[in-house]
Design a protein around this ligand. Sequence first.
Ligand code: BTN
Length: 266
Amino acid sequence: MPTRDAPFTISGTREIGRELVELATVGSTNKHAADLLSLSKVQHGAVILAHEQTEGRGQRGRTWSSAAGKDLTFSIVLQPQVLKASGQFMLAKLAALAVHDVVAGQLKWGVGKRDEEVRIKWPNDVLVERRKIAGVLIRTEVQGERVTSAVVGIGLNVNSTELEAELGATSLRLETGREQDREALLSEICLRFEHHLATFRSGDQAWAASYTERLYARGRWADLELDGEPFRARPVDVDEQGRLLVEDEAGEVRAYGHDRLRFLRS
Ligand code: BTN
C-alpha cells in the first residue's frame, strides 16, 4: 500500500464523519464498525475508513475487491432516533444517491462524459452506463419495530485501473482519465449523505424523486430473472421496503424483493 504523509480528515460535515477511524488495513470496514458498535466504542456519525480491505463483503454473500490505497472502502455508523424497521431500505437509497451525486459531479468535468450517464441499479449499485463503479451494503440492528443502529458500507472504485473486466467494473480514474483525490471524495460523499439524510428527516420527498429519476433501466424493457425464470419487465420505482416495482408485459405493476428478482447481466 502506498504510504501517505498525513491522516485523512472529513471536512464540511456536522454529523457524518465528526469521528473518523482510519485504518491501514482491515478485513471489512462493515464488520469492524459492527464490532466497535457492539462494544459501544463508536458513536452516531462515525466513519470507519480502511486503505486496504482484505475480506470486503458485497451483496448476496459476494466479496468486494478493491485495490490497496487506490479506492475508497468505508462504513458510516448510524444510531437513528426514529427509523422503522420496515423503512430501513431508505438508508440504502440515501447512500446510493449520495454516491451517485459525487460520481456524476466528477463526470461532468470528464472528456465526453455527461452526468446523466450515472445510474442507480437496484438494489444498491452505482453504474456509469452499464459499468459498476460503486456498491452499498447495509447492516442493521433492529429491536422490535425500530432500527437501533446501522452500518452503511460504501465501496467506490476510485483510482483502480486493473478491474475485473468480466464483472463490467469501472473506476473514476478510468472514466475521467484523471487521478482522483480520495480524501476529497470521502468528504463529498459524507456531505451529500448528510444532506439527503436531513432532507429525509424533514419529510421533504425531493430526494426520493431524484432517486427515482436516476434508477437504472427505468421505463425501459429489461431482461430480469424472477424465481429463476427469464422475465421481461419495465422498472418503475423502488418502494419503502426496498422492493423493485416493475411493469410486466401484461401491463401489471408488482413489487418484488431481491430474493425473487434480479437483473440478468447484459
Ligand atoms: C456490493 O456488492 O455492491 C456492495 C459492496 C459494498 C462494499 C463496501 S466496501 C466498505 C464496506 N465493507 C465491506 O466489507 N463492504 C462494504
